[in-house]
Design a protein around this ligand. Structure first.
Ligand code: NAD
Length: 433
């Protein structure tokens, strides 16, 4: 069995899969698992980046049989020959930097990439919020903007621009980032940069009439009210059309083009399929693969149009559920169980036809456990099954405990717990590596 990249679903599959029955080969360009829900917190130093990373070898060493890990990117999938191409994507390459690997089963858990909608300038000037290097870049640019604003003789207009932090996208990623940024500016930066305190502004730009479209109306209203109290501006019905080095051009709510200068621009407008996934979809044909955001899968997470040997999970797949970490994690555990059952059935089977075997395997079932989002000022919102809606400071404690329990290992939980205590006792670090 081979895998490509590593998202939350892949990691949960890796944790649960029985390596006695399968030879597992894991392919990922990065040698660690990253808990992305806390990535916004890491950009402002509420948690350390290392605390939300789990090296892959910390997972594989506990497996009963060896898992072969290859640090590289899968660049091609040949569903006919059951062959994948892996390339060493790191800076230092040896004599061999490209290999082809055969698979019996392939699980595609490569996640998704940032949607830019081909808006000019986004890739060049905006910061994304998906990978560890994105968080480092945001932190560096944020602190750089503060120092440049504090530079002696800086004109007022330029200070205003440098201290204007713009977030594009009012989904949970944009909201949680803006919320964390507000806390950092209010609680820490004001103390360390008194000369520019009070001049920071945060603006969140959202193309639709409201932020957090997946949440219920009362929780959206609560979020918008909390942002207003925290003086974080939300520009609803405003779509970014172009990104320049120092300003964005938006089509505002009055349907007029307007320039908004910024010091830091964070882009959080959702996900789109990675080129590897888009290419596989093309190979499998438009009848089987008609969705643009990812691979269409059946009730066993088998990729439509494949010969029952390719599976997809997490953000690489397009299902009826929202592309959340919760769904991906559940899909990973399901696939581990699915392969265990398949192995047992194959051992006993008189007819080894995959369709016959699969008809005896339980389909994937998902029970949603609720959605949470941090909205700033030690307040969070929660939408739980049974139409339960919670908001406020107590919900923030719930948010914290839910994120803590979803972290990958006890080690990560202890590190993040310490980071939170450290942050309360000494404030956030304003240093740069
Ligand atoms: P999203 O797709 O949820 O939100 C992106 C937002 O950007 C949308 O509201 C869209 O209208 C807006 N947008 C798009 N183009 C724009 C433009 N040109 N100008 C202005 N606004 C524009 O994206 P996300 O927040 O990255 O989340 C991705 C997925 O991950 C979602 O399914 C989300 O539920 C999940 N997620 C959940 C949590 C949580 O539950 N706490 C946290 C992070 C992500």
């Amino acid at each position: 069995m081979d895998k490509t990249y590593l998202d939350r679903g892949s990691t949960s599959l890796l944790k649960d899969i029985d390596t006695e029955n399968y030879n597992v080969v894991l392919i990922s360009p990065r040698a660690y698992f990253l808990f992305t829900p806390l990535l916004p917190s890491s950009t402002v130093g509420t948690v350390e980046l290392r605390s939300i990373m789990q090296p892959i070898r910390f997972i594989t060493r506990f497996k009963s049989r060896e898992v072969l890990f290859i640090e590289g990117s899968c660049t091609d999938i040949d569903p006919q020959k059951k062959l994948i191409t892996v390339e060493d994507s790191s800076e230092i390459k040896g004599e061999v930097s490209k290999q082809q690997i055969k698979y019996d089963y392939l699980v595609v858990g490569v996640g998704a990439e940032n949607a830019t909608f081909n808006i000019p300038g986004v890739r060049e000037f905006a910061c994304f919020l998906k990978e560890s290097w994105d968080a480092r870049k945001i932190r560096s640019q944020l602190l750089d903007s503060l120092e440049s604003a504090a530079f002696p003789g800086q004109p007022e207009e330029e200070i205003k621009r440098l201290l204007h932090m713009v977030v594009v996208g009012g989904g949970p990623t944009g909201i949680e980032y803006a919320a964390g940024l507000h806390d950092f500016l209010e609680e820490d930066v004001k103390i360390w940069y008194p000369e520019i305190a009070g001049k920071f502004r945060i603006t969140l730009v959202e193309a639709t009439p409201h932020v957090l479209p997946a949440f219920s109306k009362d929780l959206i209203a609560y979020t918008e009210k909390t942002f207003a109290e925290n003086k974080v501006t939300i520009l609803n019905n405003t779509a970014v059309k172009k990104v320049n080095q120092k300003d964005i051009v938006v089509l505002n709510k009055d349907k007029e083009l307007e320039s908004i200068p910024y010091g830091l621009l964070v882009w959080a407008t959702g996900n789109t399929a990675r080129p590897l996934v888009a290419d596989l979809m093309k190979k499998l044909g438009p009848t089987a693969q008609a969705q643009r955001r990812g691979l269409t899968v059946d009730e066993h997470l088998i990729v439509a149009g494949s010969d029952n040997s390719i599976y997809a999970l997490g953000d690489a797949s397009a299902t009826k559920w929202a592309p959340t970490g919760q769904v991906a994690s559940r899909q990973g555990s399901y696939l581990a169980e699915h392969f265990r059952t398949l192995y047992e059935l194959k051992k006993k089977a008189t007819n080894s036809d995959s369709k016959v075997l699969l008809s005896q395997v339980d389909p994937f079932v998902y029970n949603h456990r609720g959605s949470l989002a941090y909205v700033g000022g030690d307040k969070a919102i929660a939408e739980l099954p049974g139409n339960i809606h919670l908001s406020g400071a107590a919900t923030y404690l719930f948010w914290k405990s839910a994120y803590l329990s979803n972290l990958f290992s006890l080690r990560n939980r202890i590190l993040v717990g310490f980071d939170w205590v450290k942050c309360k006792m000494f404030g956030r670090d304003i240093g740069r590596e």
